[in-house]
Design a protein. Structure first.
Length: 281
């Protein structure tokens, strides 16, 4: 078995190869003068794990090219972050179901696909090969333990993420709740934990993804006003677009951490161990 990856997932791929006890495939990437992507893979094996997060259109093309390069191998495809997965509904005539289009495109060559905390698991139904999703909730919990926080209050940003928050909290048997938004007028909105009090607590906001961070920044300010001792944020996928990291820090969040499904400077824990366990199961 060997592990091969796109440019955007090199670090995670190296960690995954270490967990699996196998070699990495050396891949050389370049671009033609007209902008087309080119790659050349080194020595492959009878079984290959192809790793590639789709964070851009170039990532998607590289992943498709890698799959074609591995067409003579038995392939497991790991898509730690699947771009377009949130475009899973059609609201107007003529719109594509983008999640379906990407899933079908990625179903070529590989025999199975593994995603990590995909936005909606129903997207897996669009793959034409066996597809399964894994969660890093337990890994987030282990990261919080390593931070040494004293009796944190684990908060999901909304009811939809509450299940993930509870799964994280189970690791340390911590209190878990989710933020509830109350609209007082057309312009005045407040957010606070639905059932528990934040006053005097170390609060950790957890979610599967942080994109622009706008809601989290607003929530952080309100939690501070409600007497929270300190506020931290941990997610699986750190998209962090539009200056989200600095926006969150400026809003009073002491630290922002994500996994390496999207490789960032604040990638503080890895999806490699969980992926390796799923691949060898």
């Amino acid at each position: 078995m060997r592990v091969i990856s796109t440019e955007s997932s090199q670090i995670l791929a190296a960690r995954l190869a270490g967990e699996l006890g196998c070699s990495l495939v050396d891949v050389r990437f370049s671009r033609f003068p007209d902008g087309e992507l080119y790659l050349r893979a080194g020595q492959l094996d009878e079984r290959t794990v192809v790793v590639g997060s789709v964070t851009s259109n170039d990532d998607l093309v590289q992943l498709l090219l890698l799959l074609d390069a591995c067409r003579e191998s038995s392939c497991t495809l790991a898509v730690p972050y699947m771009g377009y997965a949130r475009q899973d509904k059609q609201f107007h005539p003529g719109e594509p179901l983008s999640a379906r289009a990407i899933a079908r495109a990625l179903s070529t060559v590989a025999e199975e696909v593994i995603t990590v905390n995909i936005h909606e698991e129903s997207v897996l139904d669009h793959f034409t090969i066996p597809a399964r999703n894994i969660s890093l909730a337990e890994d987030v919990g282990e990261y919080l333990k390593a931070m040494g926080l004293a009796d944190p209050l684990v908060l999901a940003p909304d009811e939809g993420a509450a299940r993930f928050g509870k799964a994280v909290a189970q690791s340390g048997r911590w209190d878990a709740d989710h933020l509830q938004k109350t609209r007082h007028s057309g312009e005045e909105v407040t957010m606070k934990p639905k059932s528990l009090c934040a006053e005097g607590r170390t609060v950790v906001i957890v979610d599967d993804i942080i994109s622009t961070g706008g809601t989290l920044a607003t929530a952080a300010g309100m939690l501070a006003d409600q007497g929270a001792r300190s506020i931290h944020a941990v997610c699986v996928h750190g998209v962090l677009s539009g200056g989200a990291y600095t926006h969150l820090r400026a809003a009073g969040i002491l630290d922002v951490a994500c996994s390496d499904t999207i490789e960032r400077g604040c990638s503080c824990y890895s999806a490699a161990k969980r992926l390796a366990a799923e691949i060898t199961a």
